[in-house]
Design a protein around this ligand. Structure first.
Ligand code: SAM
Ligand code: SF4
Ligand code: SF4
Length: 336
């Protein structure tokens, strides 16, 4: 039941992504290149991160707008070791139907069972290669695939729904498209290919480094024939396919070559409580200031109404039309 109706606006608010920390144990070259995010990089001090109490208060408010899905992300969200406590409290909130975590999976071995028991429904595991040599390069820390694969196993044993996300970047891991497809066709986990995006200001993105949805599908289809599937719900970002003669699925998220801004139902909260209506925004709206300034819920609600109804983001469409880009926030800060 939605208390605040935003239906004058074409894009409903459905899906809230909360970055719970900006730190990460990986240094993926397309997200947090090690040359920029080195030992002296200043991550947010603990008191600047939203506390669990603050997150819960905000989610209670967001649920009144019709938000049903929560995704916890980062940085690496499992670096907040007590994440299951947050999940348990989110699970209690009326209207919240689905709680997911996006993670590099390394800490799932320790945390998957606790997270599932707390009410977590799903994990999206980022894994960009199945061969160690390639993966060690992409994660920037020389980490082999086995800790990630063990994390995926732990999630499976705990009964969590699993999807695998692979960012595909030319010159980095296009050799892994088919090996990853073969591997996850066997396990039955849905593998989603993500076009390399120009998030942040440091990942050296250019159009030439993007492998398009079309190229990915053509390559897989030659060896493993694919059948297109319908979207599961309005605003689903991945185009879905099933392997012929199998129940296993893949998806492709084509935010660069086939923008989907008109159906974007996502709202994002950074680890320090700034609200973003687009992944590619330059600045967020400071909600933490309202929380810590002692503002009542009504003041936060009227702020959210203003922000959402004035929203006209369509960055991916503008990019496709060659509009100039401005400074953007980093992916590790906003969490994807
Ligand atoms: N650390 C967690 C992880 O990697 O799953 C959560 C945070 S990460 C920023 C969220 C998602 O953003 C991951 O699936 C990651 O692959 C994706 N991502 C990061 N940089 C990207 C880029 N330049 N283009 C496309 N996807 C990107
Ligand atoms: Fe860390 Fe995730 Fe970014 Fe990789 S994609 S550096 S795991 S936040
Ligand atoms: Fe949504 Fe912005 Fe991505 Fe468009 S570019 S789909 S508005 S997050």
């Amino acid at each position: 039941m939605t208390d605040y109706v935003l239906d004058q606006h074409e894009r409903p608010m459905k899906d809230l992504r909360i970055s719970v920390i900006d730190k990460c144990n990986f240094r993926c070259t397309y997200c947090m290149p090690a040359e920029i995010f080195g030992d002296d990089y200043k991550f947010l001090p603990k008191d600047e991160l939203l506390s669990f109490d603050e997150i819960i208060r905000l989610v209670q408010i967001f649920s009144k707008f019709g938000v049903e899905k929560i995704r916890l992300t980062g940085g690496e969200p499992l670096m907040r070791k007590d994440l299951h406590e947050l999940v348990a409290r989110l699970h209690e909130i009326d209207g919240i139907k689905d709680i997911a975590v996006t993670t590099n999976a390394v800490f799932l071995v320790k945390q998957a069972k606790k997270l599932k028991e707390a009410g977590l429904n799903r994990v999206n595991v980022s894994l960009d290669a199945i061969e160690d040599e390639v993966f060690q390069q992409t994660n920037g820390r020389g980490i082999k695939t086995s800790p990630v694969l063990k994390g995926i196993e732990a999630a499976r044993d705990a009964g969590l729904e699993i999807k695998i996300n692979m960012v595909v970047k030319k010159g980095m891991n296009e050799s892994q498209i088919l090996p990853m497809a073969r591997y996850f066709k066997e396990t039955g986990d849905t593998l989603r290919f993500i076009e390399f995006m120009d998030v942040g200001n440091h990942n050296g993105w250019n159009m030439g480094s993007v492998i398009s949805k079309k190229e990915i599908i053509e390559e897989i289809n030659q060896e493993l024939p694919l059948v297109p599937l319908d979207a599961n719900y309005f605003g689903e970002v991945a185009s879905r396919y099933r392997y012929e003669g199998s129940e296993a699925e893949i998806g492709v998220i084509s935010s660069v070559t086939d923008a989907f801004c008109s159906s974007c139902t996502r709202v994002r909260l950074s680890a320090d409580g700034k609200l973003f209506t687009c992944l590619f925004a330059s600045e967020g709206h400071d909600i933490r200031e309202l929380l810590r300034g002692g503002e009542p819920d009504e003041a936060i609600i009227s702020n959210l109404i203003k922000i959402w109804t004035r929203r006209d983001d369509q960055y991916s469409i503008d990019r496709a039309n060659g509009k100039p880009t401005k400074k953007k926030i980093e992916m590790s800060y906003i969490g994807g």
